[in-house]
Design a protein around this ligand. Structure first.
Ligand code: SAH
Ligand code: SF4
Ligand code: F3S
Length: 443
């Protein structure tokens, strides 16, 4: 065993777990990263169960490795972790029989020992715990970028939105201690991290289990004092985003002016069936408070199209809400029934055809709003954090504004994208497209 490859499906929490997995495989097992899964000795799939699509991709990819296992790479160890592994446990082996290890979301830390024993015994091992005690952050990590770090502040979710599998595969909400969060942030800043993203399924309820009330604004204030240049957080639940948090966002320079605030639907009937616990009026009032306090805020959201029982009228209300909220970006999803969730029992499903038509209309509106909102950047100078070379053009860097807008700019003469990654630059914006801005380095 010499090399590994980790494939991540799913949300930031999974990406963060993957960084910990890479860290453990390197420091505890001495493995190095392989360029592709086909050539690796250990392949880890960190899975997502939130929608059907991610599951199909997993099956396709594991099956393609089967060819390697029965051919040129018979000793490859295939491990499946994450939310599908947590949900299916041993059952997973019945539909993916060439998998060697199944490990759950609560025992990421056990993976190195599971790999060692699998390589000795060559027998399939399943270890999925019902509940967790560990925080993956206490494990070593190989970060995807040296300059950015994810810091989980809560794991799990207590909200039980009726469509959502997350509470079943990530467990009850648990907050990490305030001191641990601050200590990790301080370590990261000392290590050269300039941007931290605080993570939780609902960061706004941070601390309720530990302190009896949310202490999220305190976390923002305190982590901002570590010297980190940019501080972001995902995800916020509209029912829990407090005015105090808005005030801290507005008054703390390190806290970025971008916010992801999933709305899911604009129909009160559907919001109630989803168990979201706010109305479209309350959501829009919150959005206005945000824009008043933070006029340059970039706002993004998630919308589910075709929840059971959604009528044309409900959907029109969603379009209205989206227009009123003036989103910079919306992640749009076709409703996907998840076995074991209450919504999966509902009979009045929306036909695929109707769902798709609604989806296409929504996407067109989202795009035109995004384009319109980006125009306000034209002619401005933005401080960007450079992420690296553009995927499309080796002569161009990609970076992000404080408001999380993607910016492309030609690399100045004598500079290299590698050296610039993780540094800040001032870029004058010459062109504003739907999903990116284009500019040139100033000075
Ligand atoms: N805790 C976060 C992330 C949840 S999953 C939050 O509350 O926003 C990310 C998004 O996936 C959700 O916001 C929702 O829009 C979408 N989603 C979740 N379950 C879904 C389902 N069964 N079908 C379609 N979209 C779903
Ligand atoms: Fe799922 Fe709702 Fe929890 Fe988000 S808040 S993870 S959508 S149950
Ligand atoms: Fe997916 Fe699990 Fe995240 S289901 S969205 S990877 S918590």
């Amino acid at each position: 065993m010499r090399t590994y490859f980790v494939r991540t499906f799913g949300c930031q929490m999974n990406k963060h777990d993957s960084e910990r997995i890479a860290g453990m495989l390197e420091t505890q097992l001495g493995l190095t990263q392989a360029p592709s899964p086909e050539t690796a000795d250990v392949v880890v799939f960190n899975t997502c169960a939130v929608r059907e699509g991610a599951e199909e991709r997993l099956r396709g990819q594991v099956s393609s490795l089967k060819a390697a296992k029965t051919g040129p790479n018979p000793d490859v160890i295939i491990a499946v972790g994450g939310c599908i592994a947590q949900r299916d446990g041993e059952m997973l082996l019945s539909y993916l029989p060439h998998v060697d290890i199944v490990f759950g979301t609560h025992n990421v830390g056990a993976l190195p020992s599971l790999i060692t024993s699998a390589s000795e015994t060559r027998a399939a091992t399943v270890q999925v715990l019902a509940e967790g005690t560990e925080f993956a952050s206490d494990l070593p990590s190989i970060r995807e970028h040296t300059w950015h770090a994810w810091v989980p502040i809560t794991v799990g979710c207590n909200n039980f939105c009726t469509y959502c599998i997350v509470p079943y595969v990530r467990g009850k909400e648990r907050s990490r201690s305030f001191d641990d969060i601050v200590a990790e942030a301080e370590r990261l800043v000392a290590d050269g991290v300039v941007e931290i993203t605080l993570l939780g399924q609902n960061v706004n309820s941070y601390g309720r289990d530990l302190y009896g009330e949310s202490r999220f604004p305190d976390v923002l204030r305190r982590v901002a004092q570590t010297g980190v240049r940019r501080l972001r957080f995902v995800t916020s639940h509209p029912k829990d985003l407090s005015d105090e948090t808005i005030a801290v966002m507005a008054s703390t320079p390190q806290v970025c002016h971008s916010l992801h605030l999933p709305v899911q639907s604009g129909s009160n009937r559907i919001l109630s069936a989803m168990h979201r616990r706010y109305t479209s009026e309350a959501y829009l009032a919150l959005v206005e408070r945000l824009y008043t306090a933070i006029p340059d805020l970039a706002l993004s959201t998630d919308v589910i199209v075709g929840f059971p029982g959604e009528t044309d009228a409900d959907f029109e209300e969603t379009l209205d809400l989206v227009r009123h909220a003036r989103f910079d970006q919306a992640f749009t999803f076709l409703y996907s029934p998840r076995e074991g969730t209450p919504a999966a029992q509902l009979k009045n499903t929306v036909s695929r055809n109707v769902m798709q038509k609604r989806f296409d209309r929504l996407v067109a509106i989202v795009q035109s709003l995004a384009y319109a909102k980006n125009q306000r950047y034209l002619g401005t100078v933005q401080e960007i954090l450079i992420e690296g070379v553009s995927r499309r053009d080796p002569g161009v860097i990609t970076g992000r504004t404080d408001s999380n807008k993607v910016v492309h700019a030609p690399i100045p003469a004598g500079e290299s994208a590698e050296a610039l990654a993780g540094t800040f630059a001032r870029v004058a914006i010459d062109e504003a497209q739907t999903w990116f801005l284009w500019g040139h380095f100033e000075g």
